[in-house]
Design a protein around this ligand. Structure first.
Ligand SMILES: [Zn+2]
Length: 205
């Protein structure tokens, strides 16, 4: 059945919404229950459907167009993860060298015990402890920032991303809309005047 060229009822540009767990419905793709909804509000009548979170990152399902804030947040996550690995490495390094310097320090104290120390050796275990403490504080701040990003900031900016459905899924959405319209038309025609022959009136002609 060929159709005349007409404007599409809704654009292929969906956004993410999450409903309460109690309102979860079956996924458009795999029928599993999900609270994740994709919705497009532009156009005449909005279209929406439920989809598991796992499909969202599947390129066979949709292409995600990240908004500027989300791109920035993702970059920040990457940066923080890098910094955390770096600081963890420094801590491990300091702890390793502390083990070594403890021996050196004990040895230096032993050798120098006859005369007073004018200056604390640079590699004293105390200064290493202070360094490790500083690194750990630093790590705590970085980890807290990463948690905040992952728990709040990212999910919020993700909601403003646009999902461009792959052609066959978008087509399936359009077909479903068409089916709904046809069912509605059919229902209306059943109730339309003149569809059933009217009952003979009792009035004499
Ligand atoms: Zn699914």
């Amino acid at each position: 059945m060929s159709q005349p060229q007409q404007t599409l009822p809704f654009p292929n540009s969906y956004q993410l919404k999450q409903v309460a767990a109690a309102d979860a419905k079956s996924c458009f793709i795999c029928y599993k229950f999900t609270p994740v909804v994709l919705i497009t509000t532009a156009g005449g009548t909005p279209d929406f459907f439920y989809a598991c979170k796992t499909h969202l990152s599947d390129t066979n399902f949709a292409t995600i167009i990240h908004n500027e804030a989300h791109t920035k947040n993702l970059k920040q996550v990457e940066y923080l993860q890098g910094e955390i690995t770096k600081v963890k490495g420094w801590i491990a390094e300091e702890e390793d060298s502390k083990k070594g310097s403890l021996k050196d320090y004990a040895w230096s104290k032993l050798t120098w015990s006859s005369k007073p120390l004018e200056e604390k050796p640079a590699s004293s275990p105390e200064s290493k402890d202070a360094k490790i403490l500083k690194f750990r504080q630093n790590l705590g701040v970085l980890e807290a920032e990463l948690k905040e990003l992952n728990d709040k900031t990212l999910p919020a900016s993700q909601k403003k991303n646009t999902y461009l459905l792959v052609a066959h899924i978008y087509r399936a959405r359009l077909q479903q809309r068409l089916k709904k319209l046809e069912t509605k038309k059919h229902y209306q025609s059943l109730h339309q005047e003149g569809f059933f022959p009217s009952a003979p009136s009792n009035k004499p002609v």
